[in-house]
Ligand binder design. Structure first.
Ligand code: NAG
Ligand code: NAG
Ligand code: NAG
Ligand code: NAG
Ligand code: NAG
Length: 681
């Protein structure tokens, strides 16, 4: 027993006497100091241990370069509630410090400026105070300085004008005062400058317009005054200046010409440069190359819808029904238009010449707040219902991540498009592949509470046979919400139907059986109710929604998506589904989706998988009923299938597609039935 202290000191001695490389040890000390201040309760950074190796991947959020030096610290959204320690200066080779979206307080230690290799400094969306240290001007490598959404006071140091490589300076939503330093016009690489929602005063320096790369300048909600530099007109919509009552200028739509020849507002001090001129434009999304129209056309057809599929057999009825459904739609719509429903107002007014104002006034508050270069509008944690902030954070993506993952929505990454969404392939920073679905704001539920409820449900879903939602991001600037899903490599089931003989995509029998089983499990999970999730009706099951991975495991996509969309959007998606024959007949009378309508669609899908055909004809229906398998099971299988299994599966499919919803089995019963069948082998 008495040996313990001795052993311990020996161990300690050993640790001190045999450090890894000397530099590593200094960095380790710096990390431990940093940890003590970032996470004073020692609740969140347990993996940072004094005897550990920061470079072996065991330290959460720490990444090293190939020389074994700490290069990046990524602790965004971790709930850290401490300070940034001056010890940070000890990490001499740091290139990225990502501490945004925490609850950090206190000042920025001026020692940060010793990090001359630092490229990215993200301290945005914290609760930090004090002034911005002028020493930051020494950080020669700095490219992105994100300090927005804090409580910084004082003025903007003119020394920031020395940051030759700076491309993004985001200072919005602080309490900064004073003038805009003209030196910022010297920043040769500056592309985005956001100073909005501060207490800046004085004029906009003429020199600012000299910054050659400047594309976005946001000075909204300050108390700036005087003539706006006319050269800023070149930024067009990139220049946002509303809510600065003292600004005037010629050539900017929302500004009146300056009254006097006196270029300086005599009531305002002009601390740095007084020369001013006219400017103005309307605020507009930063990268609005993707505009999805849903308002005028009312999403009358989906680009993904198959060309005029005429379907007989199981579906023969549905064709007629679809027509009835369409009538129902138009009635529904006419009724809605008469009522002037809340969906219509924003859409119609968007087409006026003041789009963004409308967004702000009538749009949901969800979209009305944006962190222009960063976090989505849910970020301030309000109104998130009973969903824990922690869980929400783990799902939140940053617009920059979305943009860089998709290479700014490069056309080559476009996987598909419908009339309310576009899907892009992307690679996240961790190297994983994702599919990013963008949904235009006009297609999303207008009630914030409803939308968030839907989001809660979406994020609560997790099953092996559902495509995994990694996160989301909503951007008012782009007018879009993004859902980030795991990328499933082998396309959707539609690509495995209607194949020619000898096509190597022809699925073997056993693969088909396992796909049929897998989809059933996914739907059963959706329909079920657990502690964590309510029952969810998919509403849009089809071959297109079944994605196939490299081991041919099926995953159902878009589960719960309708919970985010306006009714109109859901209805438009539905038409595609009706045309394909997945729509349960009772829908036309009840107008409601139930578990049983999902079961119906599943039955149709099973018959498609068995027959290998997109369109199910009446002869297929007859053949199934007579158990004449060779007549309808995919000829490409050349008879290589089990009649016994086929019999069970066909029976299930027929029960599922029963006219009367009450006669259709539950998913649980289906799985039992299918299980019995699989057990025979
Ligand atoms: C640090 O982060 C940057 C930006 O995400 C990345 O490009 C770089 O590869 C990272 N470095 C290391 C060593 O992980
Ligand atoms: C920062 O750098 C200066 C000189 O470059 C040096 O004197 C100072 O000790 C450094 N501070 C820290 C905390 O490393
Ligand atoms: C930020 O700090 C203020 C006091 O300085 C405190 O009242 C407030 O609750 C803090 N906010 C957050 C989100 O931590
Ligand atoms: C911005 O300015 C407008 C007009 O003065 C004001 O109504 C609005 O509340 C301000 N917004 C913020 C976030 O301060
Ligand atoms: C959107 O609608 C406008 C007119 O309403 C049209 O000029 C534009 O081409 C449409 N854009 C797309 C992507 O369909």
């Amino acid at each position: 027993m008495g040996n313990q202290p001795f052993l311990f000191s020996l161990l300690l001695l050993f640790a001190i006497a045999h450090p890894p490389p000397v530099c590593g040890n200094a960095e380790l000390r710096a990390l431990m100091d940093l940890k003590a201040s970032l996470d004073p309760e020692n609740a969140l950074l347990n993996t940072w241990t004094p005897l550990g190796d920061p470079c072996d991947g065991s330290f959460e959020g720490v990444a090293c370069n190939e020389k074994g030096q700490v290069a990046n610290i990524s602790l965004q959204g971790k709930g850290l509630a401490g300070r940034v320690s001056p010890a940070i200066a000890g990490l001499r080779h740091l290139t990225g410090l990502y501490l945004h979206y925490n609850s950090l307080y206190g000042e920025i230690p001026r020692e940060v400026s010793n990090l001359t290799e630092l490229i990215d400094l993200y301290l945005n969306v914290n609760n930090m105070t004090g002034s911005i240290p002028p020493e930051l001007g020494n950080m020669a490598s700095l490219q992105v300085l994100q300090l927005c959404y804090n409580q910084f006071t004082g003025s903007i140091p003119r020394q920031l004008g020395s940051l030759k490589k700076l491309s993004v300076l985001a200072l919005q939503s602080n309490r900064l005062t004073g003038a805009i330093p003209a030196s910022l016009g010297d920043l040769g690489m500056l592309m985005r400058l956001d100073l909005s929602f501060n207490h800046l005063f004085g004029s906009i320096p003429t020199r600012l317009a000299d910054a050659p790369m400047l594309g976005v300048l946001d000075v909204r909600n300050n108390t700036l005054s005087g003539n706006v530099p006319p050269a800023l007109k070149r930024l067009v919509q990139g220049f946002q200046y509303e809510n600065n009552p003292g600004l005037c200028g010629v050539g900017f739509s929302a500004l009146s010409a300056c009254r006097t020849l006196n270029r300086v507002n005599p009531n305002r001090p002009e601390p740095f440069e007084g020369s001013t001129t006219g400017l103005a434009t309307r605020d507009i999304p930063e990268t609005a190359d993707l505009k999805l129209n849903c308002s005028q056309t009312r999403c009358s057809h989906s680009s993904k819808a198959p060309q005029a599929s005429v379907i007989v057999g199981v579906i023969v009825v549905t064709f007629t029904l679809a027509a009835v459904v369409f009538l129902t739609f138009s009635q529904y719509r006419r009724r809605k238009q008469k009522l002037g429903s809340s969906f219509d107002i924003p859409d119609n007014r968007v087409s006026t010449d003041q789009p963004v104002e409308v967004y702000r006034k009538n749009g949901s508050p969800l979209i009305s707040l944006e962190y222009p270069n960063g976090w989505d509008p849910l970020a301030d944690g309000r109104n998130i219902g009973n969903f824990s902030q922690e869980a929400l954070q783990s799902f939140r993506f940053n617009l920059e991540e979305i943009e860089s993952a998709t290479q700014y929505f490069a056309r080559k990454n476009l996987l598909g498009r419908s009339n309310f969404s576009a899907t892009y392939k992307g690679i996240l920073r961790d190297g994983s592949f994702v599919a990013i679905k963008s949904i235009s704001k006009t297609s999303c539920k207008t009630e914030e509470a409803e939308f968030l409820k839907g989001l809660n449900i979406l994020t609560s879903l997790g099953h092996d046979n559902l495509v995994r939602l990694r996160g989301f991001c909503c951007s008012r600037g782009r007018g879009e919400c993004f859902l980030v899903y795991d990328f499933v490599p082998n396309g959707n089931l539609l690509g495995y139907l209607d194949l020619k003989e000898g096509d190597n995509r022809v699925l073997e029998w056993s693969t088909r059986v396992s796909i049929i089983n897998g989809i059933a499990k996914g739907i059963e999970y959706l329909h079920g109710c657990t502690m964590n999730k309510p029952p969810v009706v998919h509403q849009n099951i089809s071959a297109e929604k079944v994605l196939i991975d490299h081991r041919f495991k099926p995953s159902l996509s878009d589960s719960g998506l309708h919970k985010l969309l306006t009714n109109d959007t859901v209805f438009s998606a539905l038409k595609a589904c009706a045309a394909m024959g997945y729509l349960a007949p009772e829908y036309t009378t009840t107008g409601r989706f139930t578990e049983k309508s999902d079961i119906y669609a599943y039955g149709v899908l099973v018959l498609q998988i068995l027959s290998g055909k997109r369109k199910l004809t009446s002869s297929i229906r007859v053949a199934t009923e007579l158990c004449k398998f060779p007549d309808f099971i995919d000829k490409n299988l050349h008879g290589r299938f089990s009649e016994h299994e086929a019999a069970t599966i066909v029976k299930v499919a027929l029960m599922c597609t029963h006219e009367s919803p009450e006669k259709r089995p539950s998913m649980e019963a289906i799985i039992q039935e299918l299980g019995n069948c699989t057990n025979c082998f």
